[in-house]
Design a protein around this ligand. Structure first.
Ligand SMILES: [Ca+2]
Ligand SMILES: [Ca+2]
Ligand SMILES: [Ca+2]
Length: 294
């Protein structure tokens, strides 16, 4: 048996889940095989899960940290509320979980959300988020100084109150699963300076500019309103981090992962193929020692 494959591009740390899986899906094996062994090899190929009928589905969870109000005497302007719309992630879902993380003023010890809903607005997930040791602010409600773009997301935030950096964890993930984490960090209409986020041991810096007109990645050039931490591994089902800097703040996040789902016709084919493989292997047992690698 002769097997020819196209060169396989190795995943890099810069590739997002989306890119990596798309690359995976584009690997088309070209096999030169004849007779029944060719048919059996195709069945093995399907049984190993490399069928082209497998669909990569992106699952996205969006969270917008909101202020629940001011301690006293209260805000002079309306709260920014919960964002609705697409974010920087490659996803058409527009639903964001609006999380009231506390009242403005002073230090909040901890906040833990309930289970979050996916970006389609209906699919339940097991994902939760916890924030520790932070303050809460809303630049619209307090100062009437909104971000020029996506203000409902980028005005309200958790921020670093004292010398100890706030920490966070995103829990309820697939143990050992791979995720892309988009972190939004802009101080509404203010230039809030630099913030350094560390996620699973890797650090990236974001410097705000106050007059952004769209989502601007700071991942490579350190300037913008969000950071992308690609290919984070949820060891123990958790991704955790912290943020620090002179006026470090955290507006919300998007968490994406890709799930490979066989199409229904493929599942039927796998069952039939497995039976065929079993029968043929039984006929050839004792007269052939076949090693099939992939
Ligand atoms: Ca908000
Ligand atoms: Ca940028
Ligand atoms: Ca927010």
């Amino acid at each position: 048996m002769q097997s020819i494959r196209e060169p396989i591009k190795q995943p890099t740390s810069e590739m997002s889940n989306h890119e990596r899986n798309r690359d995976h899906m584009n690997r088309k094996p070209v096999s030169v095989m004849q007779g029944k062994w060719g048919a059996i090899a195709v069945v093995v190929w399907l049984a190993l899960g490399f069928a082209s009928a497998t669909q990569a589905t992106l699952v996205v969870v969006n969270a917008d940290f909101n202020s629940t109000g001011a301690v006293t005497p209260g805000y002079s302007y309306p709260l920014s509320g919960t964002y609705s719309g697409v974010g920087a992630a490659p996803d058409t879902g527009t639903f964001w979980n609006g999380l009231g993380i506390g009242v403005q003023g002073g230090l909040t010890a901890t906040f833990t959300s309930g289970a979050l809903t996916a970006s389609d607005g209906s699919t339940p997930t097991s994902v939760t988020v916890t924030l520790n040791h932070f303050g809460v602010y809303d630049t619209q409600a307090q100062n009437d100084t909104p971000a020029g773009f996506a203000p409902a997301l980028l005005n309200d935030l958790a921020y670093k109150v004292d010398a100890d950096p706030p920490t966070f964890s995103i829990d309820g993930l697939v143990v050992g699963g791979t995720y892309d984490l988009y972190i939004y960090a802009q101080g509404g209409g203010f230039n809030s300076g630099a913030a350094i986020f560390t996620v699973n041991g890797n650090s990236l810096t974001v410097n705000n500019v106050p007059d952004e007109s769209g989502f601007d990645s700071a991942t490579a050039d350190t300037t913008g309103n969000y950071l992308l931490f690609s290919n984070r591994i949820a060891t123990g089902g958790t991704i955790s981090g912290s943020f620090t800097g002179g006026n470090a703040l955290f507006n919300g996040f998007q968490l994406t992962t890709e799930v490979l789902i066989p199409e229904p016709s493929t599942i039927l084919l796998l069952g039939a193929g497995g039976l065929l493989l079993y029968r043929r292997a039984g006929k050839s047992r004792g007269r052939n020692h076949q090693h099939i690698s992939h």
